[in-house]
Design a protein around this ligand. Structure first.
Ligand SMILES: Cc1ncc(COP(=O)(O)O)c(C=O)c1O
Length: 399
């Protein structure tokens, strides 16, 4: 280390991370992200990847990435304010069509989409009313919006949201008000109460920003997301999403009106000042994945059949799956040791990978492993997993 002060700072921090167990080993995937893959040299059933519709390992999606390289090259030509690959524009058009909005602007990741989406929209004097369990990327987007008034409302509590909107009328009169929420909560798998939020937004002169990261490809009759699920087309101003979950690739987007598109195109700093953009292979893969999702609705149906089957199986033997309504199904154990042990024994003894989560990712006392089934899991795999969960659950006295 060149600078001793900096070296000392890093060493102390890393020692602290080790002491609280936050520097645990991250499993290494060798090969392709499928339902069954090799992790740390061992073939396991993966039950925690948000590859909801099996797009990450779909041969046509992988081929489309290769074809796009042949057609458009490997990288982005320049920052988006200078020059854009035509395939990026094709993708943005397709995304807008898929999400049912006028336009969609792409970002390199969902995380950056939230930062680049929220930050420029909210300026000094504006008010952000944010749901308690919002994803870190929303929180960081709000933090970057300097000079804004920030209010947090309780998880899914529409009465609290209304009270907070009422109490802040004077403060809010200085600018715009944005209500911002995850549409599917990534740790509990529950869904925001969008119809009630729309009513409150109309009543209290606010606009709504939803994060459709875990809803895109999942919610709605054909997997288009939260607007389709609640038939709320035209009632939400901003819909952010990620392409790294059900779409199986990488990237993020912010969708809404044409004006939103042009505004962000010029004023979203993470967008404008970056050359590191969605590359042609990624765009090609996403375009093909969306085409497949549209053409093969049976995948979406199978995702939900598998979800119901697996959730019911876990609940029937006594596991606490919380308030999940989606393929994200937590198995709540309640202690960090218990959650860690459940994950460890499932991996070591049953060849199943599910990740354990503890505080600060989830509240204290709600330590869990988070399961996510996908459309490609077979009934045989799910039955095997249910039996394994039951065996290990009994061994650990969790059920
Ligand atoms: C609700 C939510 N929003 C945003 C993101 C960030 O998306 P990405 O992984 O594409 O950066 C995630 C990812 O985990 C998420 O769960």
């Amino acid at each position: 280390m060149v600078n001793p002060k900096f070296g000392k700072f890093l060493k102390e921090q890393v020692d602290d991370l080790k002491r609280i167990g936050f520097l645990s080993h991250v499993r290494v995937l060798e090969g392709i992200n499928s339902s069954k893959s090799t992790l740390d040299g061992k073939e396991v059933l993966i039950l925690c990847a948000p590859n909801y519709l099996g797009m990450a390992d779909h041969p046509e999606v992988m081929q489309a990435a290769k074809d796009a390289i042949d057609k458009c090259g490997a990288g982005s030509p320049a920052g988006r304010g200078i020059m854009t690959n035509s395939i990026v524009l094709d993708l943005e058009k397709k995304l807008a069509e898929f999400k049912g909005t006028e336009a969609a602007l792409c970002y390199p990741t969902g995380y950056i989409a939230n930062m680049g989406g929220i930050w420029p929209l909210m300026t000094a004097g504006d008010t952000i009313v944010s749901e308690e369990l919002n994803h870190a990327s929303i929180i960081d987007g709000c933090r970057l919006a300097k000079g804004t008034n920030r209010i947090v409302y309780k998880h899914l509590d529409m009465e609290d949201l209304e009270n907070k909107l009422k109490e802040s009328v004077e403060e809010r009169s200085k600018g715009k008000t944005m209500i911002v929420t995850d549409s599917v909560f990534s740790m509990d798998g529950d869904i925001c109460k969008l119809p009630e939020m729309i009513e409150l937004a109309e009543k209290y002169d606010a606009f709504i920003y939803i994060d459709d990261a875990h809803a895109t490809g999942v919610l709605g009759k054909t997997g288009r997301g939260t607007l389709e699920h609640f038939n709320a087309y035209g009632k939400v101003d901003v819909v952010m999403g990620t392409l790294s979950k059900a779409i199986g690739t990488v990237g993020g987007f912010v969708a809404g009106s044409e004006e939103l598109y042009y505004y962000l195109h010029r004023l979203s700093r993470p967008f404008y000042f970056s050359t590191g953009f969605l590359s042609p292979p990624v765009c090609g893969a996403i375009l093909r994945a969306i085409e497949i999702i549209e053409k093969e609705p049976q995948r979406h149906k199978r995702l939900w059949d598998n979800t119901r089957y697996f959730k019911k199986g876990l609940e029937s033997v006594g596991f606490n799956t919380g308030i999940s309504e989606t393929p994200i199904t937590p198995v709540i154990v309640g202690t960090p040791e218990g959650a860690g042990e459940l994950s460890r024994l499932l991996y070591n003894e049953e060849s199943i990978f599910v990740q354990a989560f503890s505080y600060p990712v989830v509240p204290k006392g709600e330590d869990r492993v988070r399961t996510i089934v996908n459309a490609h899991h077979t009934r045989k795999q799910l039955d095997y997993a249910l039996e394994a969960f039951e065996r290990i659950g009994r061994k650990l006295d969790v059920i």
